[in-house]
Design a protein around this ligand. Structure first.
Ligand SMILES: NC(=O)c1ccc[n+]([C@@H]2O[C@H](COP(=O)([O-])OP(=O)(O)OC[C@H]3O[C@@H](n4cnc5c(N)ncnc54)[C@H](OP(=O)(O)O)[C@@H]3O)[C@@H](O)[C@H]2O)c1
Length: 269
């Protein structure tokens, strides 16, 4: 990765990464640690955070701190803050999230709201809590995790897509507001990426119509984007071409068909 010292100068000494126990979040932690930032690792599975933290300390000579937190709980960000209030955090990577493909007609309301708190409100709370601190520092960054296609809606993932669309709009707005305070804000529009979430969705990376991206490439492009203070980052040339060339209505219908077929395979009629 290029510009490692630049990264720690601008965003150090500490970065906070949510969803650091797996996939894209764990990769963010690795690449930031390689660039000599200390990293707070936040998620629910504390043993995984501790193991990753131990590995990063040994490999890169940085400090880490694990924070067990369930970001679908309403008071999660205040509890997270209590665990990190002594640290000078210059970069917040709000990445934790999930999805649950299925028919909206059968969604349980409580479960739907729990996911909405994780996928939308936790990003809002983290942004609201950390933006003033970053603005006072006059330097720092906020990276919010969205999802490819979400801005136009994804059938059979209506609530999850709506949550990520909220995050995208929030981030693009904050990008302008916080720029004048020296704070970089970037939305990572996550494309299909080879992490544990694919198996949860019932997808096999080997049989998907387009090969999912590696977490490494996704995070490398995201870090470059926030260094340059780009408002949006959609990693991968093919993804950018598809997004530019395929009309939203066509993409939405194709996504809906793909998820419906996947669901039909999981639940025999
Ligand atoms: N991979 C893709 O194709 C794809 C596509 C679009 C969007 N995304 C988004 O990208 C982000 C990263 O996902 P990923 O692909 O890396 O999947 P992943 O490997 O399943 O990682 C998800 C991370 O979020 C954390 N998390 C989930 N629920 C949480 C909760 N209630 N409280 C705190 N942390 C929680 C998980 O940690 P614990 O389980 O330990 O809490 C885990 O570290 C997510 O927001 C996801 O929605 C991914």
């Amino acid at each position: 990765m290029n510009g490692q010292s630049g990264l720690s100068n601008r965003f150090g000494p500490w970065a906070l990464v949510t969803g650091a126990s797996s996939g894209i979040g764990a990769e963010f932690a690795r690449q930031l640690a390689a660039a000599k930032l200390n990293v707070v690792l936040a998620a629910r599975r504390e043993a995984l955070l501790d193991q990753l933290g131990h590995d990063l300390q040994r490999k890169f000579g940085i400090e880490t701190r694990s924070v067990r937190v369930d970001l679908s709980e309403p008071d999660a960000v205040s509890r997270l803050d209590a665990a990190v209030s002594d640290l000078d955090i210059g970069l917040v990577v709000s990445n934790a999230g999930t999805g649950n493909p299925g028919s909206f007609l059968h969604e349980d309301r409580d479960e739907m709201l729990r996911r909405f708190r994780l996928n939308a409100l936790s990003h809002l709370d983290l942004a609201h809590h950390f933006s003033p601190k970053l603005a006072v520092r006059g330097c720092g960054g906020l990276l919010l995790g969205g999802a490819m296609g979400a801005a136009h809606g994804i059938p059979f993932m209506a609530n999850d897509a709506g949550s990520k669309a909220f995050v995208q709009s929030l981030g693009e707005s904050l990008h302008i507001e916080l720029k004048r305070k020296g704070v970089h804000v970037t939305v990572l529009v996550v494309p299909p990426t080879d992490t544990a979430i694919l198996a949860k969705f019932g997808l096999d990376p080997n049989t998907m119509p387009i090969k999912p991206m590696s977490p490494r490439q996704c995070v490398e492009e995201a870090i470059r984007a926030i260094e340059r203070n780009q408002s949006l980052c959609l990693p991968g040339t093919t993804n950018r071409l598809m997004s530019a060339l395929i009309p939203a209505g066509v993409a939405r219908t194709m996504m809906g068909r793909m998820i419906e077929q996947m669901l039909a395979k999981q639940i025999p009629a």
